[in-house]
Write a new protein. Sequence first.
Length: 111
Amino acid sequence: MAKDLSVSVLMDFYGELLTPKQLEALDSYYNQDLSLAEIALEMEVSRQGVRNFIKTGEQHLAEFEEKLNLAERFININKIADKMAKTIKSLPDCDGKSGLLSDIDSIKSQL
């Protein structure tokens, strides 16, 4: 079973919507990098049970993201914010002028 690390991101957004067993299995597998056998011992279930928790949890996370798009929106907003920060930082200093130019200097200093 190949690991799709985007599942970890989806867990940050939707993990609390999963069952406790699904969340535990996904967290152990993706975030703690445990094997199915290690997780099975820890959860006191079979390897197949762990695999089922993981597969079902992954499906639920994908469905939540498909319907809500929170992770995609978050990533897009961060890209826009980074681009804005780079643009603002590239603006020349205003040398103490008042108004909008000093506001831009204030924003630049906070970044």
